[in-house]
Design a protein around this ligand. Structure first.
Ligand code: ADP
Length: 513
């Protein structure tokens, strides 16, 4: 039971509420309310509406409510108003989100507008309530701010944005991209036109990167570097592109990404590479000279001795003064000196190879890709690398620098041979596979160059054998030694056509045995 005091207070309140009329409530409401005829003409507004819109009550009375709506939203407003008025059931309420009204001083106000019917006698009125869509405004403001931040960051980083729509075969691009391509019109470009500006030598490798990214079993990542020829002035610039392929129902749908002009960086890299090449060449020459003089030093004495013994024998035969014992001693001397020379050479080689070999477990596919990148970035660029890498290849146990040196030499030799012979297609194909029977990886490198004839094939691993005007002829000898030091073998496949084909093996790490 309610206490007597509370019950009398409640009754008093109910009496007071009965005396409250519509107008009193209308005027104190915090929401902006506008009472209109069904024609949409305003009859009365509350102070909250006047304050929101910046008009006086007199200015608003008699005005068609849609005049408060921004012109481009009026049609939409009229449509919703009509829809509401034509409802058979006149009791329900209707809400329209995100319409923009204009205040007296021209400020745009984003609103959610609700319509309700009010019946007074036989007359039907429409109560329109304007609610400020605060959340939307904040979201829009935040979006504008983040878009502006993105634009500034993009500008600072020199990034262009592209969106390649596979189905429609067009590329959407931004201003920065159009500048790079030297084409200043249109927010889209046909894919053919887009590719036409790419250097012909770089198109295949770029397309291969796209094909890989489009493979549904891949992670869709796209990375490529290629040259653009500006159609306006014929200048070349290097582009680095990164992006991702997006799939729809398992099928590649579009490729979205960014591009950056990396010409300066490339030129710098080229310069550094040229300097490195030069240093390496000088170093190789020095090594060759030192090795040659060390060999000469080791061989000089035994050769001189062998020559002296030979002269003694010749002299004895010429003078008919032949004592078999003397001849035997001289010939024994020759044999001993020849053996001594052999021993000295072995000692020399052992000395040159001494030093502990530091090996680690490495991914051979990665070493190959990284080395190819170096070769493509140095002065030997201008060939199409074709890769057939075995997926999930076990790690090999080797010394990274040594294997990279051997690979560098094989790739450079191949590129040089193809360029010198003016081969019509410049392709270096690299294949990596497992040699199950020896628990090793087998790498095959084949080019499209002139290849090697029988005589050359027998000599190419000999130290100082070269057919190049500035060659030293130590590359393959050193490469073979490096692969062997790492437990593998390097050989030439003499039956291969076209071009030259080299194989090398490297043992897998013990854990993978
Ligand atoms: P260099 O490069 O200094 O001549 P190398 O030992 O690396 O020394 O190569 C020796 C020789 O083998 C080269 O001069 C060249 O005649 C031949 N050669 C090597 N690789 C190839 C190849 N891929 N195609 C044709 N000839 C090659």
């Amino acid at each position: 039971m309610l206490p007597i005091q509370f019950s009398s207070r409640k009754n008093h309140l109910i009496d007071a509420l009965k005396k409250l009329n519509f107008r009193t409530l209308f005027d104190v409401a915090a929401e902006a309310m506008l009472l209109t005829e069904d024609s949409g003409q305003i009859i009365v507004t509350n102070p909250a509406a006047q304050q929101l819109l910046g008009y006086s009550a007199d200015e608003l009375n008699g005005l068609a409510i849609e005049m408060l709506i921004m012109p481009r939203y009026r049609k939409q407003y009229r449509y919703h108003q009509e829809l509401f008025l034509n409802r058979p059931k006149k009791s329900s309420k209707s809400v329209v989100n995100e319409l923009v009204a204009l205040s007296r001083d021209g400020k745009e106000i984003l609103l959610d507008i609700s319509f309700s019917f009010l019946k007074a006698g036989q007359q039907l009125y429409v109560l329109v309530i304007f609610n400020i869509a605060h959340r939307h405004l904040d979201a829009e403001e935040a979006l504008r701010a983040s878009e502006e931040r993105l634009r500034l960051a993009k500008q600072a980083a020199g990034l262009g944005i592209f969106d390649y729509d596979f189905k429609r075969n067009i590329v959407y691009w931004d201003e920065q991209m159009r500048i790079l391509w030297g084409k200043h019109s249109g927010k889209t470009i046909s894919y053919e036109e887009f590719v036409a500006s790419i250097h012909p030598e770089d198109r295949t490798a770029r397309q291969a990167a796209i094909d890989t990214a489009m493979d549904p079993s891949s992670n869709g990542e796209f990375k490529a570097e290629y040259r653009i020829i500006n159609p306006a002035n014929g200048t070349e610039c290097w582009i680095s592109a990164r992006g991702r392929v997006y799939f729809e129902a398992g099928r590649p749908n579009r490729l979205i990404g960014v591009t950056r002009d990396v010409t300066e960086q490339k030129n710098l890299q080229k310069k550094l590479q040229a300097q490195r090449d030069e240093t390496e060449k000088i170093f190789k020459q020095q090594v060759a000279a030192i090795t040659a003089s060390a060999i000469a030093h080791e061989l000089n004495q035994p050769l001189a001795a062998i020559s002296a013994y030979g002269e003694v024998v010749l002299h004895a035969i010429d003078s008919d003064n032949v004592f078999p014992d003397h001849l035997k001693r001289a010939l024994q001397g020759c044999v001993e000196q020849a053996q001594r020379a052999g021993r000295s050479l072995h000692e020399l080689l052992a000395f040159l190879q001494k030093g502990e070999l530091v090996t680690e477990q490495l991914n051979l596919n990665d070493i190959i890709c990284e080395t190819l990148n170096i070769v493509r970035n140095d002065s030997y660029q201008g060939f199409y690398p074709v890769l057939h890498l075995e997926k999930d290849l076990p790690a090999v146990q080797c010394n990274y620098t040594q294997i990279q040196k051997a690979l560098l030499n094989l790739f450079r030799n191949a590129a040089e041979a193809m360029h010198t012979a003016d081969s019509p297609t410049l392709t270096i194909t690299t294949m990596v596979q497992t040699l199950a029977e020896t628990n090793a990886a087998l790498v095959t490198i084949q080019d499209n160059g002139p290849g090697l004839d029988q005589i050359m094939a027998e000599r190419i691993f000999d130290p100082f054998f070269t057919t190049k005007p500035t060659g030293i002829g130590m590359g393959l000898a050193i490469s073979r030694a490096l692969i062997e030091v790492n437990g593998g073998q390097l050989w030439l496949d003499s039956d291969a056509k076209p071009g030259a084909k080299f194989h090398f093996s490297l043992p897998f790490a013990q854990d993978h045995a």
